[in-house]
Design a protein around this ligand. Structure first.
Ligand code: ADP
Ligand code: MG
Length: 323
């Protein structure tokens, strides 16, 4: 099976005013395969967005790459020129942002705005081809009556429908990899079925999908592979079945226990005590150590090695020794 993107021991951090670099992403490794969806899960502040922004080479000021590789179809994104990156973004590599940065232009029709992204990367397309591709994209994201909608302006769309237009923009070039960062917050729809419907469409419209979310229900329905992130470390990864049926890291177990089920509706949900530390407070060992009920002396001092826990299952926890 073809690998679309692969993180290999990738590390990044932030430089403070004195020039000291504080590490956030710590040697993370994972891959997205063609035709599959990878779910990246973890609480807020765990480095999920920095992971996706690293791939787009859109890290904020002060961020520094510390090592490793991000391979896109075998080529290291970190070595690409600005020009190569521009050709990649919005084309082979596309992202739906947590907070959409690109607002829609009020004076252009939806069709003009989506069409612009298509012709930017495919200037050879004829007007009629552009129009039919845009209609196709509107249909792909579940916008009814695309023939009418294509000539309308943003103010004629509801908030939820505008979000779908943004999604159509992200998939118009059928990206090799589509990154959806917290799409459920951006979609602003309360109905799980609608979220799932859009996610399934996104999966079809792209070569591979990376879904960043804290909605484990979405992960269970859409993804084949899962990476669990905690404080910048990819502490457990594997197939959906491995992670959901047999979570090994105490953090993953905590996340699973805090998912609402039909039966648990009446009793309060489990919450993992404590909060995610910031880059200035990381311990040298396992960054989850101070919240972990199984924490031993070694956990605070040494980062556990990534160990094979099953055929398609890896975990970074000292306790996995004892199992
Ligand atoms: N300029 C910065 N300086 C230091 N740390 C930062 C800076 N920007 C972000 N961070 C750190 O990055 C983390 C947030 O990462 P992010 O990828 O946004 O997390 P997530 O998307 O999982 O919520 C925070 O824990 C914060 O400590
Ligand atoms: Mg985020």
């Amino acid at each position: 099976m073809a690998t679309i993107v692969e993180f290999k021991n990738y590390s990044m951090g932030f430089r403070d005013d004195d020039g000291t670099v504080y590490n956030l992403l710590d040697r993370i490794s994972f891959r997205v395969e063609e035709g599959k969806a990878l779910g990246v899960v973890g609480e807020s502040g765990c480095g999920k967005s920095m992971t996706s922004l690293s791939m787009m080479r859109l890290l904020p000021d002060g961020a520094v790459v510390q090592g490793g590789e991000i391979l896109m179809e075998g080529k290291n994104i970190l070595d690409m020129s600005g020009q190569e990156m521009q050709a990649l973004r919005g084309n082979k590599l596309s992202m739906i942002f947590q907070e959409p940065m690109t607002a829609l232009n009020p004076v252009l029709t939806i069709g003009q705005q989506i069409g612009e992204i298509l012709t930017l990367h495919h200037p050879e397309l004829k007007k009629q081809e552009v129009r039919s591709r845009v209609l196709e994209a509107l249909e792909e994201v579940g916008i009814a009556h695309p023939e009418t909608r294509i000539d309308q302006y943003p103010h004629e769309f509801s908030g939820g429908m505008r979000q779908r237009v943004m999604i159509a923009m992200a998939v118009i070039n059928h990206p090799a990899l589509l990154i959806a960062d917290e799409p459920t917050t951006a979609l602003d729809v309360t109905i799980q079925a609608q979220i799932l419907d859009v996610m399934r469409r996104l999966k079809k419209a792209s070569g591979g999908l990376m879904v960043i979310t804290h909605n484990l229900g979405v992960v269970a329905e859409i993804c084949e592979e899962v990476v669990v992130m905690y404080a910048g470390q990819a502490i457990e990864r594997g197939t959906l079945k491995a992670i959901f049926d047999n979570p090994i890291h105490p953090y993953t177990q905590g996340l699973m226990a805090s998912v609402p089920t039909i039966r648990s509706e009446k009793k309060p949900l489990y919450t993992i005590p404590g909060t995610v530390p910031t880059v200035y407070d990381f311990v040298p060992g396992c960054r989850f150590a101070d919240r972990c009920q199984h924490c031993g002396e070694r956990c605070m001092k040494e980062v556990p090695p990534m160990r094979q826990a099953g055929e398609d299952h890896l975990v970074q926890c000292w306790r996995s020794d004892d199992r």
